[in-house]
Ligand binder design. Sequence first.
Ligand code: GLC
Ligand code: GLC
Length: 836
Amino acid sequence: MRYGFFDDSKCEYVIIRPDTPLPWINYLGNEAFFGLISNTAGGYVFYRDARLRRLTRYRYNNVPLDTGGRYLYIRDDGSSGKDAPAGDYWSPSWQPTRHALENYACRHGLGYTVIGSTYGGIEAQTRYFVPLGEDLEIWQLTVTNHRDRPARLSVFSCVEFCLWDAWDDATNFQRNFNLGEVEVDASDDSRGVIYHKTEYRERRNHFAFFACSEPLAGFDTQRDAFLGPYAGWDSPEAVVRGRSSGSLVHGWAPIGSHHVRLALEPGETRQILFLLGYHENPDGQKFDPPGSQQINKHTVGPVLDRYLDAENVDAAFAALRAYWDDLREVLQVETPDVHTNRMVNIWNAYQCMVTFNMSRSASYFESGIGRGMGFRDSNQDLLGFVHMIPERARERILDLAATQLESGGAYHQYQPLTKRGNDAVGSGFNDDPHWLILAVAAYLKETGNWGILDERVPYDNRPGSEQPLYEHLQRSLRYTLDRLGPHGLPLIGRADWNDCLNLNTFSSTPGESFQTAVTKEGKTAESVFIAGLFVLAAKEMAAIARWRGLQQEAEGYEAQARTMEEAVHQHGWDGDWFLRAYDDRGQKIGSHECVEGKIFIEPQGICILAGIGVGSGADGGPANAERALASVDQHLATAHGIVLHQPAYTRYYLNLGEISSYPPGYKENAGIFCHTNPWIMIAEAISGHGDQAHNYYLRINPSAREEIGDVHRCEPYVYAQMIAGRDAPTHGEAKNSWLTGTAAWNYVAISQWILGMRPTFGGLQIAPVVPQDWPGFKATRIYRGVTYHISVERVGVGNAVALCVDGRAIESNVIPAPPKEQKTVLVQVALGRAGG
Ligand code: GLC
Ligand code: GLC
């Protein structure tokens, strides 16, 4: 069943009933100010850091589902007839009052959300967005009277403020219940502004504001005064009564609520603007008058003036649309498959930008207090957005590299506000450093800006430790070579990509973190996955060194890659697939010899990506890559995607750790961990299997799963981290949408490997491996400042290509850069061999 539909021409997903299986959310904001917004206006906003600078409160996992948000109430104040009895009230976004609405629609677009409905002849629609470059969110409410008589209405707004540090806010009540402070400026009869200024009196120089474009009939800032004792958000006393109480908070729970009265003639429409924002004052200018305890509002005044003006708001919205159009323009495709087009052109690209902004820090599943920016995660995210915002990718690379340690290892996470490595989690995830090499390689292939390698970057943010970025990459490889185990394979440390394969932990204490409570020194447990990743990274380093003219160094990396590849062939191959690991006793994991967990997806994907076992087999039979892929198909593939391993672990294994803590079929215990699926799609493409690659692509493509919304349950426009595996009773159910490496890797798999438009160090390569029955496809790709119009036409079977560039046939499949003045290039691609 469906809960809505795609409106591709507007780049929107339209939800037409509010009671989706889970809140279906969207993200607002691009740079510093962000909001999460659900299809019923739930969610919260923050400045830069979801933990340390949270503006509004949100209670995760609450009942009713999705409680807390940007709430609006409309109340019928009039006496007029049957449409809605006087005193009746409702929320145009359904929550929190949950009245039955007519024409409910939530349109999630790129960086904005519009929620509207009609109730008792009153139509109300709100557009929510964050203007580019500003630290505020706009709610643009439009109310229309469709009755045949005048309507007298009250509009109430409400947000609940968070006392900045979301963790402290949710736990430290002995202090927090005494802190809350606000100022209200309703003196100006043209608008009303509520300022939340808790702790402004002492060490903070920032405050939140909640402004309204209309003269206020009243306001509230004390939660209990607005709601009344023991009442919930669905029936606030102020709304029931039709009058705010003008409460000024002292301690307890600060809120912001405006009360505006509206008189609408039949057919009349009015607009009300609300602004929810963040502002900092320079240290010496916090108070006005100086020496007082009142906020100096002169600095924020111009911002309010600007956005309490409807024309400016419309212009800001148009600018936001244009911004996204520009980003999307970098790659647009037209293939025979609607799900491919929609995801590549709109939603997958969008999700990549959101994961760029958030990493794994804030969603409805990540509370925004525990995890900052992951080193491994953020480097992989970069693969999906570098072409859209290369400048910011560059900045991200340098931030990440600055949290690398002198050993070449890395802090596993850093906090976005401070950009400092997170000590509580520390380092020792032995795959981490290699992802930096892949990210830098992707940046170089996209931009050709080799200068980044000479940027001086500190280790662990320590002043004086700066070295060229290139040296950071060198140390990344060295880190693994310094940590090899008994089979010459890399030691796994706390975990590799699979956070839950904890081979050195041996945890029997409830509640202990599997990742940080490492008990063994870890001189035995080895990872075949890291071996594959090392080979991939070493080959990239060899290519980078060669481009820089460092011939000898390049050969050195190639030799290291060969040695590691040899170790994988000798000790990492199980006969029909790649092994996963060796445990602390040197026993195999992911082998046919195991009772459970005989075969894992990760090494099949990453080893083939690294070119291990690709080509023809030594015995003339199928190469290892082919055999591994056949094994994946046979043992791991399901209709809902490819599971992580089989058989699932049915009990807890002390020597394996968290992976066996999940019930079978969920998360890392044989769930369909979507992040890994594109590795297999890429491996299939590398092996020339276009049909199989695209078939796997469609299995987890959210748009292709829209029809099974009741099974899938998460948003049909973005990928989720996990879909329950075949061992789970809820096989096919997705969880943890939005913030996942799945976004970037699927984007890479479909655009670079299946559609085959692949940036290389030397230029744009065209090597599609698409389904046999596709007659072809078209694409536009902006690459290094040149727009390539690419048209692929199938002329026969297979994946051979012949390129014609501006009418001239070329030998290679890498398009040569055109002369400087030329900004557009036409590329015709003949795919396959006629009669072949
Ligand atoms: C989560 C983590 C990621 C990890 C994956 C597998 O998605 O963010 O870093 O690789 O789980 O455990
Ligand atoms: C849990 C999750 C895993 C995630 C990790 C992050 O172990 O299962 O997916 O990567 O937490 O710390």
